[in-house]
Design a binder for this molecule. Structure first.
Ligand code: FUL
Length: 506
């Protein structure tokens, strides 16, 4: 007590006798403050770093290939004779991934075991695998090995779909299945590459099947049966960046298989979201960072190849892209390889057509040549500033932020010459949580009179990425555009000061 008294008397005397400028020099320098960069606080929940990397993959392919390719079924019963798996040529996984890359995708996920239980690699966990298949091509198949190699060669991310439900295994429904079959299969797959970005666990779990000749119905409680905590931990030890999808709890099903997410789409969600059908929208006050992935088909029949199928048009696929990647979800788009183990030419044409539309329509960012300003800007710290120019600098790690408590803000872009604009893309810096709750976009021909655009669109959440067609339609998506000299984004409401890492205009 005495010490404190002495200290404060000393400080008071010093303040009186010291010239002001000298006293000011004794203030704590910014670099010694606890938050020298003046960084905004997180709004929880926030993504795990592996979920952030996953989100950046944005758009990737799904390849359903396996026993069903040769039976024409979508769900094999598990009693299929292994000799039926007889590719007419060596499956060309490099072609699959090359087409995905040409379509503008950043990765792919190959099905290596579907519900019928037939494994597309030489596994030690069951005889029901390629080594016992119908011909030389089949016996030489090792999809995980070749897919991982091709992905690395093409600089694509990769992962595998392994069905937890196994209609072949005699052990399905018992603890032995989980321990000696399913978890071991996941561990075998993890060894095909420590750099996997996602492991896909289907939601269809239990029902009728062959089950090693029992021909019965087995139901399981998918929330507890698969020993998910153990699965997650053991895979993450080997593949630290591998997001465990679905039952794994690190990314959620978007709630439909038609290629769309809600215009309002929160990445926060609660684990028991499915009964409420919230997959498309997430929950503003969700407890977990549980971002949405939309799985959709690029063809008109099933997930697996079927004779007579045809691909959707590039326009339709582009619409899906706008309604998923453009609405804070990722898009995993399925292209089925045929009986020769290649993607049919018609699918290739459609996919490449889609890739061209993405490039043509969303490839030339007009914001890069605009000046950009904001109604409020957070003060800079020692190593980082929050200037508006961070939004059009093409660097995802820099962002604009406002001061704490300023949750309404206007961001304005100005061009010297009038530009024809059709889409606005906005990205939040989600490492510190998803914040924006409501915004709208206006354009101006002269920088004075403003017109609100996309009035029919729910301009609520932004999230990792939001793409707004200014004329308000994702299906008739191009249009002639608007000739403008200025454009502004008015953020009306945000959970805390907004953090925007990118504004692009096309
Ligand atoms: C579903 C499965 O049952 C389908 O066969 C397919 O694999 C799809 C991606 O997920 O739930």
């Amino acid at each position: 007590m005495r010490k404190i008294y002495r200290l404060s008397v000393l400080t008071a005397i010093m303040a009186m006798i010291m010239p002001y400028s000298l006293y000011a020099q004794l203030e704590i320098k910014p670099e010694f403050r606890s938050n020298p960069d003046n960084e905004p606080l997180e709004v929880h929940p926030v993504p795990h770093p592996r979920q952030l990397k996953w989100q950046e993959t944005e758009f990737y392919a799904f390849f359903h290939y396996g026993m069903n390719t040769y039976t024409g079924l979508e769900w094999g019963n598990g009693d299929e004779d292994r000799s039926i798996f007889a590719p007419t040529a060596a499956p060309d996984v490099r072609q699959w991934l090359q087409v995905a890359k040409d379509a503008g995708m950043r990765g792919g996920i190959a099905v290596v075991k579907h519900h019928d239980g037939f494994c597309l690699w030489p596994t030690e966990t069951t005889e029901h695998n390629v080594t016992n298949s119908g011909n030389e091509y089949g016996r030489a198949v090792n999809i995980p090995r070749d897919f991982a190699d091709a992905a690395r060669e093409l600089d694509m991310k990769y992962g595998f779909y392994v069905s937890p439900w196994d209609r072949n295994s005699v052990y399905y429904g018992t603890d032995k299945y989980v321990k000696d079959v399913f978890l071991k299969q996941c561990a075998e797959l993890a060894k095909y590459g420590t750099d996997q970005f996602e492991m896909w666990f289907d939601g269809a779990n239990g029902g009728s099947g062959y089950y090693g000749g029992k021909n019965t119905t087995v139901n399981v409680d998918r929330a507890t049966y698969y020993d998910v905590p153990n699965l997650r931990d053991s895979i993450h030890k080997i593949c630290p960046d591998c997001v465990m999808w679905g039952v794994g709890g690190e990314a959620r099903w978007i709630g439909n298989e038609a290629g769309w997410a809600g215009e309002t789409n929160w990445s926060p969600e609660n684990r028991d979201y499915a009964p409420e059908g919230n997959g498309m929208y997430g929950s503003e006050n969700g407890w977990f960072w549980f971002p949405g992935e939309s799985d959709a088909k690029a063809t008109n029949m099933g997930w697996f190849y079927h004779d007579g199928e045809s691909p959707l048009t590039p326009e339709r696929l582009f619409q899906m892209y706008l309604e998923t990647v453009g609405r804070n979800a990722t898009l995993i788009l399925n292209i089925p390889p045929d009986k020769a183990g290649v993607l049919p030419q018609a699918s290739v044409n459609s996919l490449v057509g889609m890739g061209n539309l993405i490039k043509e329509r969303l490839g030339n960012d007009l914001a890069l040549k605009a000046t950009i300003e904001a109604s409020n800007t957070r003060s800079a710290g020692v190593n980082r500033n929050y200037e508006p120019s961070n939004m059009n600098d093409d660097d995802k790690d820099t962002y604009w932020a406002s001061d704490d408590g300023i949750v309404e803000n206007t961001i304005q872009l100005n061009w010297e010459q009038a530009q024809t604009v059709r889409y606005v893309e906005i990205m939040e810096y989600i490492a510190k949580g998803q914040r924006v709750k409501r915004f709208h976009i206006e354009t101006s021909e002269d920088g004075k009179e403003w017109t609100r655009r996309a009035t029919n669109v729910e301009t609520s959440t932004i999230g990792y990425k939001r793409i707004i067609p200014l004329h308000g339609s994702t299906s008739n998506s191009y249009g002639s555009g608007y000739k403008v000299k200025a454009l502004r984004i008015v953020i009306e409401e945000s959970k805390a000061c907004p953090l925007i890492s990118k504004v692009a205009v096309y």
